[in-house]
Design a protein around this ligand. Sequence first.
Ligand code: DQQ
Length: 574
Amino acid sequence: MGPPKCLNVFIALCSLSMICNNCVDAFHAIHPNLQSFSVHSVDTLHRTGFHFQPPRNWINDPNAPMYYNGVYHLFYQYNPKGAVWGNIVWGHSVSKDLINWKVLEPGLYPSKRFDKYGCWSGSATILPGKGPVILYTGVVDKKGNEVQCYAIPENISDPFLRKWVKPDAFNPIVFDDDINGSAFRDPTTAWWSKDGHWRMLVGGKVKNRGMAYLYRSKDFVNWVRAKHPIHSAPHTGMWECPDFYPVSLRGRNGLDPSVFGNNVKHVMKNSLDMTRYEYYTVGTYLWNKDKYIPDNTSEDGWGGLRYDYGNFYASKSFYDPSKNRRILWAWANESDTKEDDVKKGWAGIQAIPRTVWLDSHGRQLVQWPVEELNSLRGKEVNMRNQKLKKGDYVEVKGITAAQADVEVTFSFSSLDKAEAFDPKWVNAEDLCVQKGLKLEGGVGPFGFLTLASEKLEEFTPVFFTIFKASNNNKHVVLMCSDARSSSLNSELYKPSFGGFVDVNLVNKKISLRSLIDHSVVESFGAGGKTNILSRVYPTLAVNNHAHFFVFNNGIEHITVKNLKAWNMKSAIRD
Ligand code: DQQ
């Protein structure tokens, strides 16, 4: 599949951002006059109850997530002075359960010659017997030249690792004159290889070829670049926030970044600056050749697999040894206007941390909200064996529909009525726009209406449509999360997002879970195989005025086999 239709628009916007961003090749919109403008009190209407966000101001990328000495740390790109990108420091919060957080003073902020103009994204590595080291990008000059730096805890016995120092002795630890200095950032967690070297990656590009440079070090401070990038792909532009880690071919346990072996595959993820979408591949890491070779089961480029087909960017994963799992964090930006953000006094949230593992067929990852989220579940409401004929909308009553967790299994008795899938429909997002929720289908559209107002002036549907593929009785499952009717406010960006779901339908069942949290609907299709996060800003369907429905607009009857919905308590974030 070629580049998405929107690519040209993105390229145009990208060039624009390079002009207005001091020639720094990053895509964050720059509003110098608003960067240090702060309102007196924040607007709580669309603030989340259980998705992570600091008490006020702008956040973007999650940085250096880690578990150390019984505490989870989350750093994030943070503007302490305003609700747009700028003045970036590393906000720092700690938690014992990944859900309730204590906000600390910033962990890193520009203070040295090598990061005077910015402390940008980076990652943590736990050195055995020594403790954590942060690798991050320092912006050295006004032109936006980037170098890689390190920081260590000032006092390793402080349980919260509040203060971090950037030793002058070796910093910056990586700077390469022959690399385009404004396209060289976001170091990964390092891993230890059998040849006695640490290795880590830094994102970059040459012309329009995105790439991840590989560096080796024996002592963690002297780093040498490998002859070739570990991997690169044409026409993908700048690779921001690369992530690279092993996944097990045997079950759901996560792996320490330094694990290799026969039962292990590797995942490479890149955040593409040009589209603000991410993609990943599953493949083989030839560590002694410093090469990664993606499997041919998915596309290595724009149309590739995504963790999430919605608003989900600059993600970063880490290995949690306390529960043997890999956890994924990501930034979900606002979809309202910058003026609204300034008025609200805040912008940006983090998606719910997700456990991530390789699907048993080895072609893709599966993600699921961390189990700790269930501790916020309050009152439960159930619906069983509810038939949905074409045109049925049934309300699930008795839940706080603006702050809820809903899990359902839908079933159907036959797929005979499924509409034929046209092989030209390669782009799921386009198909969601084309088919929408109202157009009658054979099997589906069926699913949820979240954040719905009483008379349905506003709603955000999350739904499936099942098509018959032309070959071997197979089916194509489309999942959509459609913000187009989410708000009466016409100024907003209200995209319809979509992804295909690689799921076996022999049992004639499919599951859906949505985490609904005031201005975010984060949904997991077929047990976490295809996931979509939408940001929405209802004007009527707010707080106690929000409703939740299940619906079917397809000819084939659908049964809500088993639905569980919980009121969600708010997380502590102080
Ligand atoms: N955000 C950071 C960069 C990264 C970008 C700056 C991705 O390090 O490339 O805030 O959103």
